[in-house]
Design a binder for this molecule. Structure first.
Ligand SMILES: NC(=O)CC[C@H](N)C(=O)O
Length: 353
C-alpha cells in the first residue's frame, strides 16, 4: 500500500513512498542536474515549487551544510526515484515533504509536454489521494505570489567584507550564498540589502555597482527592485543574475514572459555571440526575457535561442540568465564576476546626449 500521493493539475494522482511526511502544494518543476542536490534544495529560487529530480539516485554522497546555498530547504517538497536516508532525514528535520519510488521519467515527460503545473503532495501513514488533490486545488499560480521576495530576502542590510576592492550593493531577492562569496573572494565588500530597499537605502551604501540577485517567482512582482534599477540607470553600473537579469530588463523598458517548463540543470549550452564560444551553464529559471528594451543580446541558449546574456555599454549594465557562480555545475563562466568588478572600478558612465 502506498503512503504518499502526488496530485497533478491534469487530474492524475500518482502513488509514491513517503520519505519525509507532510502535506503541501507548489508549482511542479524538474531539474536534470545529476549532481548538486544540496545546492539545489537550498536554492531560494525554488521557493513555492515542488522539485522533481530526473537523476534517479539523490543523496549518494551525503548531506553537508558547507554546500548549502541558504540556511533552509527552499522547495516546498522533493520528488525523486530514490532518496537516500541522509537526504530523507534532512528533509524530514526541515519539515519538507519528500517522496520517492515513483516514475520520475513520467513526471518529467508530463511537465515537458504540459508545462510546469500545480501539484499537491500528501505523504505519511495517514495520507490519502484526496489530501493530495485538495492541496493541488489550493495551489496558486506563481505570479499570484506577489510578495515572494519577503520569504527569501534578508530583512536588514548585512555586510560581507572582502578586501575593499569595490562596494557592491546586492539587492537580495533570494540570493544564493555562492553569488555573495564569488564577489567577496574577488575582494569586493558586499552589502546585502533587503529586496524591498528604496533608492535612498542603496544610496546610503554609496556603492560602485548595483547587483540584483537571483530569486523565486515572477520578476514582474519585484516592483521595489525595479524602482531601484530605474532610479540609478545610467548613474551606477549594474549587474544581475537570473531574476536579476529579468528585473533589470523590465525596469529599463523591456519585458519578461513565462516559459512552458523552464531550464533547470547543469548542462545548458550557451553561446557568446561576440566570441562564438559555447560554454556549459547551470540554470534554474521558469521566466525569460521577451523584449530586451535598450539592452543588447550578447549570449543565447543554443537549444532554444532564449536570451542568456545582456549588455549595455552606455548604461554600464551586464547580466546573465544562467548561474555563473556554478554551485552546482560547470565553472566555465566564473569570469563573469571579474567582469562585474571591472565594471565597478570603471569610470562613472558619461551621460548620453
Ligand atoms: N534562479 C532565478 O533567479 C529564477 C528567476 C525567476 N524566478 C525564474 O524562474 O525565471
Amino acid at each position: 500500500m502506498s503512503d504518499a500521493y502526488i496530485a497533478l493539475a491534469d487530474g492524475r494522482v500518482l502513488e509514491a513512498r513517503a520519505r519525509a511526511p507532510g502535506r503541501t502544494r507548489g508549482e511542479l518543476v524538474f531539474t536534470t542536474a545529476y549532481t548538486g542536490y544540496e545546492e539545489s534544495l537550498t536554492d531560494p529560487s525554488y521557493a513555492e515549487q515542488i522539485l522533481t529530480f530526473s537523476y534517479p539516485l539523490i543523496g549518494n554522497y551525503g548531506v553537508r551544510s558547507e554546500r548549502f546555498e541558504s540556511e533552509s530547504v527552499q522547495p516546498r517538497a522533493a520528488i525523486a526515484r530514490e532518496l537516500t536516508d541522509d537526504v530523507a532525514e534532512w528533509l524530514a528535520d526541515e519539515d519538507v515533504p519528500a517522496v520517492d519510488h515513483v516514475d520520475t521519467r513520467e513526471i518529467v515527460t508530463t511537465v515537458r509536454e504540459e508545462g510546469a503545473m500545480a501539484c499537491g503532495i500528501a505523504a505519511g501513514p495517514d495520507a490519502t489521494p484526496e489530501d493530495a488533490v485538495e492541496e493541488m486545488e489550493a495551489c496558486e499560480p506563481m505570479s499570484d505570489h506577489v510578495d515572494i521576495g519577503a520569504q527569501v530576502s534578508v530583512t536588514e542590510t548585512t555586510v560581507y567584507e572582502g578586501d575593499g576592492v569595490a562596494d557592491v550593493a546586492l539587492l537580495d531577492c533570494g540570493a544564493k550564498g555562492s553569488i555573495i562569496s564569488s564577489l567577496t573572494e574577488r575582494g569586493a565588500d558586499v552589502h546585502v540589502l533587503p529586496y524591498d530597499s528604496t533608492p535612498e537605502d542603496v544610496a546610503d551604501v554609496d556603492p560602485d555597482v548595483l547587483f540584483v540577485s537571483n530569486g523565486p517567482g515572477d520578476p514582474e512582482n519585484f516592483i521595489a527592485a525595479q524602482a531601484v534599477v530605474d532610479a540609478f540607470a545610467g548613474d551606477l553600473p549594474m549587474a544581475g543574475i537570473c531574476l536579476g537579469q529579468q528585473v533589470i530588463t523590465s525596469a529599463l523598458g523591456g519585458s519578461t514572459e513565462k516559459m512552458a517548463f523552464g531550464h533547470r540543470g547543469v548542462n545548458q549550452p550557451v553561446k557568446d555571440l561576440r566570441t562564438e564560444k559555447v560554454v556549459m551553464t547551470t540554470q534554474n529559471h521558469g521566466y525569460t526575457v521577451a523584449d530586451t528594451g535598450p539592452l543588447e543580446v550578447t549570449q543565447v541558449n543554443v537549444n532554444d535561442d532564449t536570451v542568456e546574456g545582456l549588455d549595455s555599454e552606455e548604461l554600464d549594465v551586464i547580466t546573465r540568465q544562467y548561474h555563473p557562480e556554478a554551485n552546482p555545475g560547470p565553472h566555465d563562466s566564473l569570469g563573469f564576476f571579474d567582469e562585474v568588478l571591472e565594471l565597478a572600478r570603471s569610470e562613472p558612465p558619461v551621460a548620453a546626449d
